[in-house]
Design a protein around this ligand. Structure first.
Ligand code: FDA
Length: 309
């Protein structure tokens, strides 16, 4: 792992930096490139604009991690229930993605299951789809177990899997049998080489292999999303899909808000379904550090804003 990536992943877990840095104007300004604002209203407005102007649909996620009380998990759930309602009222093609640690995964599995089922039920009622994010590797098994349980009852749900984990190929076989919805990403956390590919090229090759499994299982799966900005990889996946005669509208390419905007538009013009994940909320510091870890070149935006300030 590069020194830059290690540093930003360390910073994402540092509580002193998390408290102090977000107060500086230049840090706030820099994050605005990746986040339309801190409120759900900001996120919904951005989703409306992307849909209207660019024919791009969205996934919305509130930034927060590891709540500590049952009451907090209910607040998060209520926030998302309201968001699902708002999406329906505004007629948006926008889905919701949740982190299970925000719904009680650290506190009580039954509490987390009940919160998640309530959200899946609300999404189903409005003909929408609910995604589950994948967090650090200490949560992989519990997240997949809980997803499997919820999937039995709610078809319109999906889970994220990470290509940097050695285990993902085996997990995918089970998820395909479950007729799951799957979002494949490379993985954003600091993981040990005992469980995850350390080099980018190994991770990229594994991503491509797993993408092949998803395309192969496309008749079974309820939804396939390739979450990546890697244009080389996307090109290889599109070629592979062509060779396998898998239609372009049977999967989505998902990217993060503010990243590779021109490529998002180009892919729409080429007949791909593109969905952009919009994050919002006040707890953005760890998430922003993970974005910088993915691309230390983004630090230049931070530096530029220091001088502008
Ligand atoms: P990679 O990091 O190899 O980058 C390829 C190219 O993309 C770069 O050269 C650059 O051009 C561009 N790029 C990538 N990141 C950029 C950035 N931050 N700023 C500017 N350019 C950038 N992870 C996780 O562990 N759990 C999850 O639930 C999710 N969910 C999720 C949903 C969606 C829709 C996306 C797109 C991503 C996630 N991720 C995630 C994050 C994911 O694991 C990964 O860290 C990022 O997508 C970056 O990896 P890439 O695949 O883009 O490739």
């Amino acid at each position: 792992m590069s020194i830059g990536r290690s540093f930003f992943l360390w910073a994402s877990r540092n509580s002193t930096l998390r408290e102090r840095l977000p107060q500086y104007g230049f840090v706030k300004k820099s994050v605005s490139r990746f986040m339309p604002g801190e409120t759900s209203e900001d996120a919904l407005n951005a989703a409306e604009e992307l849909q209207r102007s660019n024919n791009i649909s969205t996934v919305l996620t509130h930034l927060g991690e590891n709540v500590s009380t049952e009451a907090e998990t209910h607040q998060v759930k209520d926030h998302y229930l309201e968001l699902i309602d708002q999406i329906h009222i505004r007629g948006l093609d926008a889905q919701v993605s949740v982190k299970l640690t925000e719904l009680g995964l650290d506190q009580d599995l039954n509490l987390c299951t009940s919160n998640l089922k309530e959200l899946a039920g609300a999404a189903a009622k409005t003909n929408n789809f609910l995604w589950i994010d994948m967090e650090g590797t200490q949560y992989t098994s519990s997240t997949l177990d809980l997803y499997s349980r919820v999937r039995e009852e709610f078809q319109k749900t999906g889970v994220c899997v990470q290509s940097y984990l050695y285990r993902t190929s085996e997990d995918l076989e089970k998820l395909i049998r479950l007729k799951s919805g799957i979002r494949l990403v490379k993985g954003a956390y600091a993981e040990s080489p005992a469980v995850a590919f350390a080099s980018k090229s190994d991770n990229d090759e594994n991503y491509f292999k797993l993408a092949g499994m998803l395309l192969q299982g496309n008749q079974e799966l309820s939804r396939i999303a390739f979450g990546t900005h890697d244009q080389l990889l996307i090109g290889r996946i599109l070629d592979h899909a062509n060779r396998m005669k898998v239609a372009r509208d049977s999967f989505e390419i998902q990217m993060l808000y503010g990243i590779r905007k021109k490529d998002q538009l180009r892919l729409v013009q080429q007949g791909c379904r593109v969905r952009v994940l919009i994050s919002y909320g006040t707890f953005w510091f760890p998430w922003y550090m993970r974005r910088l870890a993915e691309r230390p070149a983004n630090v230049f935006f931070v530096i530029k804003n220091v001088f502008r300030s």
